[in-house]
Design a protein around this ligand. Structure first.
Ligand code: ZN
Length: 131
């Protein structure tokens, strides 16, 4: 169950989003099974190498040796606005996450009332590529 604390952490992470040409800011709070939280924001550039908040958080955690993940909470909105729409992970992030999470991992998004909607990776990426 994703907590309100994780929503607030994702909102805090979102404030660091940077993208020269972009107008959308996303924050993510990735919680490990041992209770640590890694934050991520979207980091863009004018080429095609932009990275999403979700993968930023995963790359930080994976590079620190983390391998057991509980949940990720994602918030996003245009610059200067509060997140009001559910910000679901893009296709790259769904595939990326699917290779590091189990069937119980929760992906949480919020609406303007801070209501949390939770999904599993199988909800968002059924029949995914695996080998
Ligand atoms: Zn993405």
């Amino acid at each position: 169950m994703i907590s309100k604390e994780d929503i607030e952490l994702a909102k805090k992470a979102r404030l660091n989003a940077c993208s020269p040409g972009g107008k959308f800011q996303v924050g993510a709070a990735l919680r490990t099974k041992n209770g640590k939280v890694y934050l991520g924001c979207n980091i863009g550039n004018n080429g095609i190498q932009s990275i999403c908040a979700e993968r930023t958080a995963f790359v930080k955690a994976l590079s620190e040796g983390e391998r057991e993940f509980e949940s990720i909470t994602v918030v996003g909105a245009p610059i200067g606005q509060e997140p009001t729409e559910k910000c679901l992970p893009c296709g790259y992030c769904r595939q990326f996450m699917s290779e590091y999470v189990d069937e119980f991992f929760k992906i949480g998004v919020v609406d303007k009332e801070n209501n949390i909607e939770e999904f599993t990776i199988n909800d968002l990426l059924p029949h995914s590529f695996k080998f």
